[in-house]
Design a protein around this ligand. Structure first.
Ligand SMILES: Cc1cc2nc3c(=O)[nH]c(=O)nc-3n(C[C@H](O)[C@H](O)[C@H](O)COP(=O)(O)OP(=O)(O)OC[C@H]3O[C@@H](n4cnc5c(N)ncnc54)[C@H](O)[C@@H]3O)c2cc1C
Length: 268
């Protein structure tokens, strides 16, 4: 976080500044030690969360994959140490069972839709335009010192384009690829690229749309002699579809648990 803050020249991205917003968003429930395996004890994220403060449920699955109980020995053998307060307390170098966004009452996924959106729909006058694509952000010169300021968006739905005008502000959150794409078609990006496509330049920002860094994911397939864990992983797909109907799948926590039970990081 400090590196990020230093690179963008904005200290509001540092860990102590961001932490209150994470805490405000989440509703943390400690691991259920009665239901988890005795040798799969999850940490208590002391100091990381403020209980019951936000709509997004964060907890630990009741089910831990038996294979995962052997992992600590492997982590220790490469010099990693256990993170006693979990991965949410500001230190990532080490290993720990990680929290998941799960509603522990029903052991179902807690998503931005099930938490923030449903709450906003129930408590505010929010209007959601579904099946509607933003084509362009509109800028006016009403910003500070006459600078360009986002004042609305041109959207397309059912083959019709129309304009939505902002009362207050435009928040762009179209993901890692589409956010810079929308900025660029709207005139914010590297001047030479915009001019090549006859896009009027609102602001010359050479970094926009550049430097996408992919996150490599490496999976290892290991053939085993026992059927137990393999069956366990295969049955999870079926369990996921059954979990809505069977309370036993929910109680066991298997439907919410993932194949990757551990989180670890080493010094870069
Ligand atoms: C395979 C995979 C696995 C991941 N696993 C994890 C994980 O286990 N834990 C974790 O924390 N993170 C994980 N991530 C990362 C996480 O999904 C992202 O960091 C997060 O979703 C980013 O949220 P966002 O709201 O910024 O963007 P997104 O979730 O990408 O949302 C952007 C939204 O904007 C919409 N959109 C785009 N363009 C337009 C347009 N022109 N008009 C209208 N709507 C538009 C898209 O349809 C999308 O719904 C994973 C990502 C991937 C790809």
């Amino acid at each position: 976080m400090q590196k990020w803050a230093d690179e963008v020249g904005d200290q509001s991205y540092t860990w102590p500044q961001i932490l209150p917003y994470y805490q405000k968003s989440t509703n943390y429930t400690p691991p259920n030690t009665q239901l988890r395996l005795a040798n799969a004890t999850a940490p208590c994220d002391e100091g990381a969360f403020t209980a019951g403060s936000g709509p997004l449920h964060v907890s630990y699955p009741n089910y831990a994959n038996p294979l995962g109980t052997f992992y600590p020995a492997a982590f220790e053998s490469v010099g990693l140490q256990a993170l006693p307060n979990g991965v949410n307390a500001g230190k990532l170098i080490g290993y720990s069972y990680p929290t998941v966004t799960e509603d522990p009452r029903y052991e179902t996924r807690s998503s931005s839709e099930s938490s923030f959106l449903q709450l906003a729909l129930a408590t505010t006058k929010l209007t959601v335009y579904t099946r509607t694509m933003v084509e362009k952000i509109i800028f006016s010169s009403s910003g500070r010192h006459g600078k360009a300021c986002a004042s609305g968006v041109i959207v397309k739905a059912a083959n019709e384009s129309f304009t939505l005008t902002a009362n207050k502000e435009v928040i762009l959150s179209a993901g890692a690829v589409q956010s810079p794409q929308l900025l660029m078609v709207s005139g914010i990006g590297p001047k030479a690229t915009l001019q090549k496509f006859n896009i009027p330049v609102v602001a010359n920002r050479p970094g926009v749309g550049q430097n996408l860094q992919d996150n490599p994911l490496i999976c290892m397939s290991i053939q085993k002699s026992t059927m137990f864990i393999a069956a366990d992983i295969f049955s999870r797909t079926i369990l996921l579809s059954l979990c809505r109907y069977t309370s036993s799948a929910r109680r066991s926590g298997r439907a919410i648990s993932r194949e990757s039970d551990w989180s670890f990081d080493k010094p870069g």
